[in-house]
Design a protein around this ligand. Structure first.
Ligand code: CAO
Length: 432
């Protein structure tokens, strides 16, 4: 098969002159297919790719990034086979090409794009092009084929343009991340947060986030985005429990132990978990097996001046209410004094977040992965409850159980909170 070295010129780009070359997509020695993009030009209105008019091998590149070129400029020398040349006419200076489709100066990209069948397909549903990413039509197409949202790719080209290798590097980086550890999150792509200069609207002050907030924020974000959360709300009648708690407090005051409702809630949660083992479990790394735990270590969210910390109370099933109250006080004091070692925040099976000392009627706590459920507790209040044909005042404790719906069904969650409420209503059930 005879081979021939032939010139490639810029085809008709309408009235545009001295258009800068912003990207060269091939190198000397590259074998290119007919219609493959060779380089990208940028006018003040749009970008356009110059396609190869025939298949062949790039022998010489006559332009470089930044050069200004016009219709007919020589850009490359390509070696073609006779067969390839016979199939596609060689690129000619514009005067010898077939007339281009009618064009308007506001649509220059269509000239070359249609000549090369390179018109970018409309964005499909699910793509979120913000219009902020700048890339050539061919790189947009390349990104679309790989399902990459260009607005999330940092461009390394001229004026921040996204090049083909930027898209490739973005995909490589996403694939090299552990499953579920961020990046593309199984295909979820989100719009970038807008960068706003708030000072335009009034006086501001910038305060850096604490280290704890940065660490817990990243974990909360991952858990919120990757775990299908549902929150089951319920109420427990703790009227009798409160009478008992106050009595215990009088007895233990001399020992310096203060018993809050939380010690009872810890015990009631573990009593309930013993009946519903799926709540004391974690998904394994493959996501195909449930690891059931035979120990009962419960994390308790503590509000500290620097942010949220979650110390873990160990072996709750083996401890009495007074002991749990003492440990809770010690752990929360350590957390607030920044004396909590990492080991005392590890190994939790389930978490409790109590805002009962502050207020509120319900909230939706975020699961502390790899745990599969968390109990939110709000402030108890006196309410009229209809018992034996009459409304009677009872102290009602709001419970909000968030659970991982991959592991726990709604019916199990409702059974869990119903049982938990029964145990809190009659704490003699701790003994069962
Ligand atoms: N309903 C009504 N009163 C309640 C209550 C409830 N559910 N829970 C606690 N109280 C009362 C206590 O009895 C105590 O009353 P007295 O001072 O009159 O005896 C008062 O509220 C303060 O309790 P506390 O908050 O000091 O103690 P605690 O054992 O209930 O909680 C701790 C300890 C560490 C969990 C808590 O101090 C804390 O940090 N809570 C915030 C947790 C948080 O930020 N969660 C949100 C995380 S994001 O999901």
């Amino acid at each position: 098969m005879s081979k021939e070295i032939r010139p490639i010129h810029v085809p008709d780009i309408g009235d545009y002159k001295n258009v800068p070359v912003i990207e060269i997509m091939v190198q000397v020695g590259d074998a290119v297919a007919a219609e493959q993009s060779l380089l990208t030009l940028e006018t003040d209105k749009a970008t356009m790719d110059v396609p190869a008019p025939f298949a062949g091998v790039v022998k010489e590149i006559k332009v470089k990034v930044g050069d200004a070129i016009s219709t007919g400029s020589l850009i490359m020398m390509m070696e073609s086979s006779a067969a390839a040349a016979a199939l596609a006419p060689a690129s000619q200076p514009p005067q010898s090409t077939a007339p281009a489709a009618p064009q308007t100066p506001t649509q220059p990209a269509t000239v070359l794009a249609s000549a090369a069948s390179k018109v970018a397909a409309p964005l499909s549903l699910g793509e979120h092009f913000t219009g902020k990413a700048h890339a050539s039509p061919s790189n947009r197409k390349f990104a679309r084929e790989l399902g990459v949202d260009l607005s999330r790719v940092k461009g390394s080209g001229i004026k921040g343009r996204v090049t083909k290798s930027d898209v490739q590097n973005f995909v490589k980086a996403a694939l090299s991340q552990p499953q579920g550890a961020g990046g593309m999150l199984g295909g979820i792509s989100v719009l970038a947060m807008p960068v706003i200069n708030f000072a335009k609207f009034g006086e501001i002050e910038t305060k850096p986030l604490s280290r704890i907030k940065k660490i817990s924020g990243a974990n909360l974000h991952r858990n919120w985005v990757t775990i299908p959360h549902i929150t089951q709300h319920d109420e427990a009648d703790i009227t009798e429990m409160e009478i008992f708690r106050k009595k215990l407090n009088e007895e233990y005051a001399a020992q310096g132990i203060k018993i809050t409702p939380l010690a009872f809630i810890l015990k009631a949660v573990v009593t309930t978990m013993q009946l519903f083992p799926d709540f004391n479990a974690s998904l394994d790394a493959s996501g195909e097996n449930l690891i059931l735990k035979k120990y009962f270590h419960i994390g308790v969210a503590v509000d500290t001046p620097d942010g949220l910390m979650v110390p873990v109370v160990r072996d709750v099933e083996q401890k009495g209410i007074a002991q749990l109250a003492k440990e809770l006080a010690e752990l929360s004091a350590k957390a607030r004094d920044k004396k909590l070692p990492a080991t005392e925040m590890q190994g939790g099976c389930f978490s409790i977040s109590s805002l009962g000392g502050i207020g509120g009627t319900a909230f939706t706590p975020i699961i502390n992965a790899p745990e599969v459920a968390i109990l939110g507790v709000s402030k108890a209040s006196m309410k009229p409850v209809y018992i034996d044909s009459a409304f009677v005042p009872r102290l009602m404790l709001p419970l909000s159980l968030s659970y991982d719906h991959r592991v726990i069904d709604g019916a199990s969650a409702a059974r869990f909170t119903t049982h938990l409420a029964q145990v809190l209503t009659d704490v003699r059930r701790f003994a069962l």
